[in-house]
Design a protein around this ligand. Sequence first.
Ligand SMILES: NC(=O)c1ccc[n+]([C@@H]2O[C@H](COP(=O)([O-])OP(=O)(O)OC[C@H]3O[C@@H](n4cnc5c(N)ncnc54)[C@H](OP(=O)(O)O)[C@@H]3O)[C@@H](O)[C@H]2O)c1
Length: 340
Amino acid sequence: MDVFIAGFGVVGQGITEVIRDKQELFIKHFGEKVRIVGAFDTKSLALDPSGLDPDELLKRKDSLGKVGKDEVSDDIVKLLQDTEYDLLLEVTPTNIKDGGAGYMHIHTALSAGRHVATSNKGPLALKFRELTELAERNRVHLRYEASVGGAMPVINLSRELLMGEEIASMRGILNGTCNFILHRMKEERFSFQFALREAQELGYAETDPSYDIDGIDSACKLAILANAIFDRDVTYADVSRTGIRGISEEAVALAAEHKQVIRLIGEVSKEKLEVAPRLVPAGHPLSIGGTLNIAQLLTDLAGDVTVVGRGAGRMETASALLSDILAILKNGETRRDAKR
Ligand SMILES: NC(=O)c1ccc[n+]([C@@H]2O[C@H](COP(=O)([O-])OP(=O)(O)OC[C@H]3O[C@@H](n4cnc5c(N)ncnc54)[C@H](OP(=O)(O)O)[C@@H]3O)[C@@H](O)[C@H]2O)c1
């Protein structure tokens, strides 16, 4: 299978390392290599139909800040249409205004009959139905495990392993930054501002933290889960959303006196679509600390099924993308096979 990588930052470089290191696995299970035939970032393009050397891409990016030797074309649409590849790995920044370049990349690749696996929440939180229907019409896969919860495999678990279950609801912690802040407020009796500053110093929170602390990131992920698992047709703007800015030290201390913690919980069911701070009994799975993500699914046969994992990180997110690459290899012909 030949892959084209759009975006060569933390996740793009992580998945490049994983593709380099998992060749034996690909050959053992599917009898074929996964080759990187193209990659681009904002400044450059690397292209070789016979396969690029992952180490060379990583080295060039590290030393020169560019993945390729060539200038990136002005006409990305044409590039994604005309190049030979089977799968686009779309790992450019999330844009929740209109989906940004990521939306254009995904739309173009699907329209051109290429599979797509992405960690980019924006296009999915805004235009989920449009993109999944486009994939269906073109008989290609659109996979997005990495867009929600990093290495926490909630989407593929729900849609594949729990396919026979009726899932009544999902409640979870979908943003590690907020969880870290709330956890530190309780454990160290920090104020919200102090805990936020610590999260920023440790690199968990952005300089402008509003995307995390106002619950926007969680709402994007919840919208994706609502569409993917509950067959809803929503965007992140449909999510009723309250962030954690207003949580005081006093509220956290009062909750602790009653053996409870405050957590930013996303909940989706047929009736509900909400991100809000909620009281959770100490010791309950959803009282989890640190930067972890967790999702608890209420199913008709298996009861509560809980999945926990690291919500972000280079290798964690690459792990989710790898699971999607493997699913595509397992489920379908690569485009080249289909053309033969
Ligand atoms: N990092 C995580 O732990 C994580 C976890 C889950 C999901 N995600 C999602 O995964 C995606 C990638 O995250 P990241 O952390 O890898 O971001 P990042 O480190 O900022 O890298 C983004 C990459 O995309 C490139 N890029 C930006 N705009 C582009 C455009 N218009 N066309 C082509 N390339 C463009 C950048 O190019 P330059 O290098 O030239 O600037 C950079 O290489 C985001 O959507 C993010 O929300 C990330």
